[in-house]
Design a protein around this ligand. Sequence first.
Ligand code: ATR
Length: 286
Amino acid sequence: MRQIDGYTRTCGLIGNPVEHTMSPMIHNTLAEREGRNLAYMPFHVENGNVKAAIEGAYALNILGLNVTVPYKSEVMKYLAETDETAQRIGAVNTLVRTAAGYKGYNTDMPGLYRAMCSEGIRLKDEHVILLGAGGAARAVAFMCVLEGAKKVYILNRTLDKANQIASEVNRLLETDCVTAMEMRDYASLPRERKYLAIQATSVGLYPNVEDVVIQDKDFFEMLHTGFDLIYRPANTKFMSLVKEAGGQAFHGLKMLLYQGVIAYELWNDISVTEEDALIVYEKMKA
Ligand code: ATR
């Protein structure tokens, strides 16, 4: 990092916990590559202190903040403005300073899209199987439709939650291409084509790396590609099963990279080169 001086702009992360975050590495590396006088710090914020943290950050002239678990929805109450897409998703992970206060964005979703583009995965006219119906899956469902997926099948253990997301996305985006079903009913999906599957459940999160939300070989044979939002270990159980069945598989580390890159671009009003992004990615993988 550059020497901090009176001109240094500060950005940071609020969440609980924040100890294992890679965000300081992403942002400080980008700033260093660019020779930009910016420093990024993690801030552990206790439950109940989110409003005070946002107000305090603004008073301290902090340029921007990332927001992580568990505050991505709560933080929306304390913003001057929220970007339309973030509002639809119902989650904000990036705050950008404006004259009136912070404006909230969601860069997780475009981050995933950019990660997919970078891996050569297309969403346009694609038939997508989305596993899960939590906060992450909700954002992915919006993204798939906004990026032109032809069909999105949300498969979840609890049908109600999948139904809720499907009807909300269909209503807000004026489409009928999102369908909900119980996960165990996957066999009733049309078989005349192969699918892109996006794994957005919390099953398989470290340290439970041997867990996988669906085991059946039969299911994995329906896929041409599997994208796991989980990125640790580098080869998740879900990815192994996709590859064993002959598909190509990716993990979520590039999504994490690009959600940071997009936040950095918003704060500094620039475009990060792919070369710089990939240098950061190498560091993240190390
Ligand atoms: P996030 O915000 O990361 O998406 P979440 O909102 O807690 O996390 O959602 C977790 C997702 O993982 C849900 O889809 C959940 O399924 P249910 O809606 O049925 O709870 C899914 N999930 C968690 N544990 C699971 C398990 N053991 N088997 C199947 N799905 C599971």
